[in-house]
Write a protein that binds this ligand. Structure first.
Ligand code: ADP
Ligand code: MG
Length: 451
């Protein structure tokens, strides 16, 4: 077996162990460049691949090589730079404003039957520890709709891949079985359909139109909170699909138990299946995501630029993609991209350490999270719906901004500072004992830091 064949068979094996997106990011442009006795040397295109492969995949590659040829005992990586592809850009942006082309590329053509966007697939969904559980659950549901987890409830902050993931399930199911009827509906649209069906006295027709569905995907279900008539109708729709083992997939910006004004019976239905969250990707994963997006578009950027984006654009994946697109469009129109230009272009995407959290953001985010008006937080009341959010706000002012207790007390209408100390201790202790609160605090913090 020559080196090429040897490496081909290693690559074939590796594909079983890691996701397609990861595979193509880290193994593209690699080859065996030398083999002497016990040692194999693999060339990789850049320092990132080298670091990643030797830290994460060294053992697996070595074992795979050793299984094929047991004289191989050692592995090393060397960098062999690849020439940049020259301008292999696929999106056409001539005669268009950059924003237009970006939008077009985003929107693709949505399938009229299913409402699914064909761009949202498992194969271009990058998996890391931040979304592993949600991804595994989604895959299980896609393979066995109606029979594994029902409903599947995916939650997490904005721009973290919920829509992508739940649509990937739909795309996979309808691709594998044309007979299965899949329907994706945003909750906003769903609610407005219910409202207009009620108004026009055509609820039965609306329900009949949902009856043949095998897989119902409702995005951003938190939107239904507080809309009582819609919740009631949805409860019946849910039950009739559920009883027939039809798959129901929901997404939300928070877990069911944190959706205020959600009917108890719906909450318990939502909690009856699998609940999985998506959170923020780390640096390595952000880099994989950037490279995956580049590959999808068949484009390339210098490593230092990618490193800069992955290091600095942390808010969410949508922003990461937005930053990348901005650079790509600039690069297409102007020749020659350097790091200084990139820094200028990405000003709006990058946090400065001074503007991450502040008083205003904490108050705004906490009240919004608990569906209160900001001024309610300061109401001198002992009502539970207000007391807890107020204590959370005080806790965060102390924890995140290091406000003194008297300063916190002053902000909250000159209360005695022992009230602030009490609030801080209470939330701190409850945070340790009550996982629901911990989760709420995490979600709130995520929002504060990405606002
Ligand atoms: P959400 O619904 O949580 O607000 P989206 O699913 O709309 O987020 O994701 C925002 C953008 O980021 C989309 O373009 C999506 O393709 C991309 N994206 C999100 N998560 C991933 C991922 N894990 N891998 C690749 N792309 C992702
Ligand atoms: Mg979404």
């Amino acid at each position: 077996m020559d080196n090429i064949e040897l490496w081909q068979s290693v690559l074939a094996q590796m594909q079983f162990h890691i996701s397609k997106a990861n595979f193509s990011t880290w193994f593209q442009n690699t080859e065996i460049i030398s083999k002497n006795c016990e040692k194999i040397i693999i060339s990789v295109p850049n320092a990132f691949s080298k670091e990643w492969l030797s830290n994460k995949y060294n053992k697996l590659i070595l074992k795979t090589l050793h299984d094929i040829d047991d004289s191989i005992k050692e592995l090393d990586f060397v960098i062999k730079p690849q020439p940049l592809k020259n301008n292999p850009i696929k999106i056409t942006i001539e005669n268009e404003r950059p924003e237009d082309s970006q939008l077009k590329f985003e929107e693709f053509k949505v399938n009229k039957e299913t409402n699914l966007n064909p761009r949202y697939l498992f194969s271009n969904f990058v998996v890391g520890s931040f979304n592993e559980l949600a991804h595994a659950a989604a895959l299980a549901v896609a393979e066995n709709p109606g029979l594994t987890y029902n409903p599947l409830f995916v939650y997490g902050g904005t721009g973290l891949g919920k829509t992508h993931l739940i649509q990937a399930i739909g795309n996979k199911i309808s691709e594998e079985s044309k007979k299965k009827k899949v329907k994706y509906i945003s909750s906003e649209k769903f609610v407005s359909s219910i409202v207009s069906a009620i108004r026009t006295n055509s609820m039965e027709t609306f329900k009949a139109s949902l009856a043949p569905i095998d897989v119902l995907i409702l995005d951003d279900i938190q939107f239904i909170a507080g809309k009582n008539k819609s919740q009631e109708e949805f409860f019946h729709v849910f039950n009739s699909l559920y009883e027939k083992n039809k798959q129901i997939i929901l997404s939300s910006d928070r877990p069911p138990n944190a959706i205020a004004e959600l009917e108890e019976r719906l909450r318990s239905r939502f909690e009856g299946g699998m609940i999985a969250d998506v959170s923020l990707p780390d640096y390595e994963t952000r880099l994989v995501i950037l490279k995956t997006k580049l590959q999808e578009k068949n484009m390339d950027l210098p490593e230092d630029v990618l490193d800069y984006i992955a290091t600095n654009v942390k808010k969410n994946i949508r922003e990461l993609e937005g930053a990348l697109n901005k650079i790509l469009i600039y690069n297409k129109i102007n020749q020659g991209l350097n790091l200084e230009t990139v820094k200028k272009l990405l000003k709006g995407f990058v946090f400065s350490p001074f503007d991450v959290a502040n008083y205003k953001k904490i108050i705004e985010t906490v009240s919004k999270f608990y569906n209160l008006e900001e001024k309610n937080l300061f109401d001198p009341t002992r009502r539970k719906e207000i007391v807890k959010p107020r204590q959370v706000a005080m806790f965060l002012l102390r924890r995140e901004l290091k406000y003194s207790f008297p300063a916190i007390a002053r902000k909250f209408g000159g209360k005695d500072h022992t009230t602030a100390i009490y609030a801080f201790k209470k939330i701190q202790q409850e945070n340790e004992e009550n996982s629901k609160l911990t989760e709420e605090l995490n979600l709130i913090k995520q929002r504060i830091y990405s606002a």
